[in-house]
Design a protein around this ligand. Structure first.
Ligand code: MG
Length: 166
């Protein structure tokens, strides 16, 4: 096929954001990995803010709405489940529409614990759930400089951008 006849590849970008309150007595699950911490996220599922932000970025890029539409927190089916399941289902929805994940970049905003050492296992877990190479996921960490709820360790937030190709 000549270059002129080749259809334009479709590239779509999506953005995702999530925040969860942290309370004692909950496991801190982030990027599909359990971290040692005194507090964990309050949520209907496991409260994995990073997985949720990535999920929303992917759904947004595909024009498929948001995580609340597909996995409502009013549905007992999702109570206490691993958020990696949301990513697995989202990966299937994308594949059904001919999209593949070209790139994911995300930032977690948390005062503690230190996240960098856990990023390799988070990338592995997230990539496995989505069925993509872990090299297509980049993770970053920020503190909130001690300011506000995030800075006081009362909440954890994540932002993500995803690019899809078809
Ligand atoms: Mg959430």
């Amino acid at each position: 096929m000549s270059d002129a006849a080749r259809p334009e590849p479709i590239c779509r970008i999506g953005i995702g954001y999530d925040l969860h309150r942290l309370e004692p007595g909950r496991k801190l699950i982030l990027g599909g990995v359990e971290l040692a911490a005194k507090r964990g996220p309050v949520g209907h599922s496991d409260g994995d803010a990073l997985a949720h932000a990535i999920c929303d970025a992917l759904l947004g890029a595909a024009g498929l709405g948001d995580i609340g539409t597909h996995f409502p927190d009013t549905d007992p089916k999702w109570k206490g489940v691993s958020s990696l399941l949301f990513l697995e289902r989202t990966g299937t929805l994308l594949a059904e529409r001919g999209f593949h994940v070209a790139w994911i970049d995300a930032v977690v905003i948390a005062e503690r614990p230190k996240l960098g050492p856990h990023f390799p296992s988070m990338r592995q877990a997230l990539a496995r759930a989505l069925g993509i190479p872990h090299e297509r996921i980049n993770l970053k960490a920020k503190t909130n400089e001690g300011l506000g709820e995030l800075g006081r360790g009362e909440a954890i937030a994540a932002q993500a951008v995803a690019a899809l190709a078809s």
